[in-house]
Design a protein around this ligand. Sequence first.
Ligand code: DHB
Length: 512
Amino acid sequence: MRKLFFIFSVVLFAACTTHNPADGLSFDATSATIATLTMPDGSDVQYTAYERLYYVSNVEDSTYQFLNIYVPAGATEATPIFLRTYVGGYMASEAKRPVAGDATGRALKEGYVVVIPGTRGRNSRVGDTYTGRAPKAILDLKAAIRYLRRFDKQIPGNTERIITDGTSAGGAMSALMGGTGNHPEYTELLRAMGAAGARDDVFAAVCFCPITDLDHADMAYEWLYNGTRHQDATTDAAVLAVSDELAAQFPAYLKSLSLHTSDGTLLTEENYLEYIKSEIIRSAQIAKNAGADISADLGFTFSKEEMDGMPPLNGGVSQSLQFQNQNISKRLKDNSPLGGLRGLPSPRTGEYIVDLDMPTYLSYVASSQPLKTAPAFDTKDVCGQKASGENEEFGDAAGSSVNFTAYSQQRVLQECDGLPMSDSLQAAIARNVRLMNPMYYIGDSRTTVAPHWYIRHGARDRDTSFPVPLNLALKLQNEGYDVNFLLSWNRPHSGDYALDELFEWIKQITTK
Ligand code: DHB
């Protein structure tokens, strides 16, 4: 009888707590609490919370290495999972509760399971040890995804429908989750952390203003803004020289990517600015059609003649508008939801934007918020400048800041007349830079890339330059993935906006 009681107790315990001594991970369903979130419109959403679930067995930093799960009433095993990372500035980010006013609250209200992992970052420390330098944040997020799959049967939600969301450095993390799924270069690092032996690919990645492709972001920034810097009489001469050198490096990188527009045109240093221009015009035209006042002072030219409902023939510009209009009529025919393009009235005389003077527009961006210095990211000791957050991100557990691009490493060597980095340090930094850049993994047959992408970058966001999110979107599109990209009109560096449009897109991709 005593024996029977013991067996019964063990079975009961096992039913509530799934603990596998083999991997040391556990999920305790009895820890659930019930709570209510009051939305901005006053409505209430009831949910079950599972909190402080440690997603690795070798916890190095107990402040961050756990996730929270929020299950709205009515969710089942088929319900998509909305995974929001609050990483910002490449800093550590605690697992939070859902926030009524952002995408987590909205996701709960839409009935999705919400997961908010904490992650280590460049500033997290235990004692004197920095616990979260690159690539720790993406390793933590991958471990969190693996945890969800490891306890799939116990946790409501469909792990084949994970949608990641983040802004800025968090947008970069979302791009990494979407762009590096199951890649073997992360496997050993994850195993050493005690992450579950499960897949870490996701279904969709939502990336707001991703601060990504850090090893090419400096050259892209200078290529775009070099002219703007030269126009500004206050720019330091040494910084201008750096800008000139970096700008000259971008065309070779662009060429190496071999990116094509949707009509098959190869993007080159000759036509890439035209392409960016067409994307800005597309952005402004969408806003204008929705009623925004677009000022000619920003560099726009408007059509003066009656257009008969068709966009003017103006090279790439009209093609993108035509594409947009074709999409609308196709969607109307299909009777499918219109997403972000809903409610476009027919343009009237003079309402088409037919051209944009890029120098004027780029000066406007720089006037709305001063440009970063040059280099924009790998700044440390170049022209005597201070370390950036990214210099810290690639530093080590002792809290160092390091140059992480070949350009700044060489420049600092000359400028400071210092000793070169050891080969092993340089190799370690290069490895981490690679592990933090989804551009290296998209298109690699060993990666399971998310099939669906929603990428937004503000049309006046200068935290990174337009080519960075555009290159990401184009690379994905060229590899055949479903990409919804827009430079959002009049947006500075920000995220989780236009949630009606975002959640309509999520509904579309998850109900197909
Ligand atoms: C963020 C912004 C930056 O300008 C940057 O260089 C890195 C991160 C951010 O907002 O997360």
